[in-house]
Write a protein that binds this ligand. Structure first.
Ligand code: NAG
Ligand code: NAG
Ligand code: NAG
Ligand code: NAG
Ligand code: NAG
Length: 304
């Protein structure tokens, strides 16, 4: 009785878990074998509940699921394979994955995702394959989004809405074998320099490199991202901002002004010096004249 009273929440949680376990059954339109639940093409519009807790492979592809039920999913702590492709999932976050850390394969292709935050895949430290392709509105993947997925070998980001991708966290993944980037509206400006350089130097990591093309700006349309940097190298080698140009204008102006000042100073000094020298020459002439006059006079006097 005492134990019941002191831990009401823990008890409630255990009863809930037991209830879930007792209720665990194969959802009506799915096929279940040992450790595997197959709900593909099962006309589901919501995430199935009361799945067997020992499920390791879960196929939810090709349904109308709009939301992953994080409470249900996180009960499946042995899950290694999750296919949610071809659904209508618009949002995923770290909360959806905190209980499924054994996940090795995650497929979220053909959904309505629009953004991946740097924390979204944080708990999935065992992930090897990640499919995020064909989310046409997926235009933002925050830098650091894959920084904890240290075992990642394959990432599919093709046919999304990406204009730009910060490559820092991907480049740090030592086991990365393949990244698919074709079919995105890549904007080939200086911001894409890091990606372009990486693709150019490691083409074996980008199997669809030939189809990863610039769509912006107009002058770059159709050019592979991997060679974009070469085309705009002169502009991007030392990216200059507005203040750099302002700096150059000010420095240029200062040099121009100081040039004028120095020139006119030098001119003044020269004129002064010339003038002075002229005077000095005149004086010397006078003195010479005087001396010679005196001498001549003396000699004249003596001679006389
Ligand atoms: C899942 O079931 C569908 C039929 O409903 C079948 O076509 C598909 O091959 C099954 N997938 C797996 C992995 O067993
Ligand atoms: C993308 O977003 C637009 C507007 O935000 C929406 O109309 C469209 O249905 C979305 N497309 C997909 C594939 O989700
Ligand atoms: C990419 O993200 C990292 C942080 O993860 C940041 O330090 C770096 O400046 C970013 N690179 C670009 C080109 O924005
Ligand atoms: C990546 O996505 C593209 C586009 O959907 C698809 O054609 C390709 O088979 C996928 N590749 C892998 C290895 O997942
Ligand atoms: C990578 O580039 C080298 C040299 O340009 C080329 O020989 C090779 O076939 C390319 N590999 C791939 C996978 O595209």
């Amino acid at each position: 009785m005492f134990w019941f009273a002191s831990e009401p929440q823990g008890l409630l949680w255990e009863l809930l878990l037991m209830g879930v376990m007792l209720d665990a059954a194969c959802p009506p339109t799915c096929h279940c074998e040992q450790f595997q639940v197959n709900c593909s093409n099962a006309d589901l519009t919501t995430f199935p509940i009361a799945l067997p807790l020992n499920t390791r492979r879960l196929h939810l592809n090709s349904n109308g699921i709009a939301e992953i039920n994080s409470l249900e999913l996180n009960l499946l702590s042995d899950l290694v394979y999750l296919d949610c492709s071809h659904n209508r999932i618009a949002e995923i976050s770290r909360l959806h994955f905190i209980g499924v850390v054994k996940l090795v394969y995650l497929d979220l292709s053909y959904n309505n995702l629009n953004r991946i935050s740097w924390t979204t895949f944080g708990p999935l430290t065992n992930l090897i394959t990640l499919r995020l392709d064909n989310n046409q509105n997926l235009s933002e993947i925050e830098s650091g989004a894959f920084s904890t997925n240290v075992g990642l070998r394959e990432v599919n980001l093709s046919n999304n809405g990406l204009l730009y991708l910060n490559t820092t966290s991907l480049r740090n993944l030592e086991g990365l074998k393949a990244i698919y980037l074709a079919g995105n509206p890549w904007e080939c400006q200086c911001t894409i320099a890091h990606l372009s350089e990486w693709m150019y130097e490691n083409n074996e990591t980008f199997p669809d490199e030939d189809n990863t093309l610039c769509t912006l700006p107009k002058s770059m349309v159709g050019i592979p991202v991997s060679v974009a940097l070469i085309k705009i190298f002169d502009i991007c080698r030392t990216p200059l901002g507005y203040f750099d140009y302002l700096f150059f204008v000010i420095v240029g102006f200062a040099i121009f002004i100081s040039g004028i000042v120095v020139a006119s100073l030098a001119g003044t000094v020269m004129v002064f010096f010339e003038h002075h020298k002229l005077f000095k020459d005149d004086d010397e002439e006078d003195i010479k004249q005087y001396r010679s006059d005196k001498t001549t006079g003396r000699f004249t006097n003596i001679n006389l």
